[in-house]
Each structure stands twice: as C-alpha cells, then as structure tokens.
Write a protein that binds this ligand. Structure first.
Ligand code: HEC
Length: 114
C-alpha cells in the first residue's frame, strides 16, 4: 500500500517536473531557443576566455572596424603577438563567429539586460 502511494507520488512529480524542465530549457523571450542558447554560450565563453585580455566591453586590443573574416581568423588561428589560437582549444567556427559578433555588439551598444 505504502509502496503504491510512493510510486504514484513519483509519477506525479515526473508529470509536473518534465514540462517545467522543458519550459526552463527552452526559456527565451524573443529569439528561438537554439539561438538564445548559442548567444548565452557565446557570452559565457567570452567572459571566461577572452574578457581578461579584451575587457568586459571588448574595449581592449580589438578593432571592430575590421572585417568579420579577419577577426574570425584571428580568433581561430591566433597569430597576433599575445593572442592565442582558439581553434585548438575547442572553439568551433560557429562559436568564434558568435563571439566576434558579440564583441562588436559590446563595443557598439551596451546590452539592454545586465
Ligand atoms: C592572453 C590574452 C588574450 C586572450 C585570453 C584573448 N586574446 Fe584576443 N587578442 C590578444 C592580443 C594581444 C591581440 C592582438 C591585438 C593587436 O594586434 O592589436 C588579440 C587580438 C584579437 C582579435 C583581433 C583584433 C584586431 O583588432 O585585429 C580578436 C578578434 C580577438 N583577439 C578575439 C579574442 C577572443 C574571441 C578571445 C577568447 C576566445 C580572445 N581574443 C582571447 C590577447 C588575448
């Protein structure tokens, strides 16, 4: 008897938790979930791996007037004195593109939230 109740409780918890979890995972305001996830990712990577050299607002050692291609190439291959190559550190081309866009965004307009 006790066992049945516990099992029913677990079932109830699962039924409530699953949609909740799904809604948390896909939580986004205006952009589709995947884009939002990539954006969060990009901002987190920038903070973790780049901000210590380039600054919280990408204000250091970064010229947003350069072409995306040139900037992207620098992120992936390094080459400039003091700039590590990130391709070998697990940054994908897609992430690098996102980070370059993020850096340009930091320079041109402060994000609304933060
Ligand atoms: C150890 C310090 C350091 C870290 C960490 C670092 N950078 Fe750099 N980065 C530099 C230096 C130094 C340059 C060369 C600046 C120059 O030549 O004017 C540079 C150049 C760049 C450029 C080219 C800028 C330009 O105007 O040509 C980009 C884009 C860039 N970094 C992005 C990143 C990204 C994205 C990350 C994180 C994934 C990162 N950097 C992490 C030091 C760093």
């Amino acid at each position: 008897m006790q066992g049945t109740i516990i099992r029913l409780k677990k079932l109830a918890i699962a039924l409530v938790a699953l949609p909740l979890l799904a809604s948390v995972l896909s939580n986004s305001t205006s952009v589709p979930a995947t884009n939002a996830a990539v954006q969060d990712d990009v901002a987190a990577i920038y903070k973790a791996k780049c901000a210590m050299c380039h600054g919280a607002k990408a204000e250091k050692k970064f010229d947003p007037a350069k072409s995306d291609e040139e900037l992207l190439n620098t992120v992936l291959k390094g080459g400039k004195p003091g700039m590590p190559a990130f391709e070998t550190k697990g940054i994908t081309e897609e992430q690098a593109k996102g980070i370059v866009a993020h850096m340009k965004g930091l320079r041109t307009a402060p994000p609304a939230s933060e």
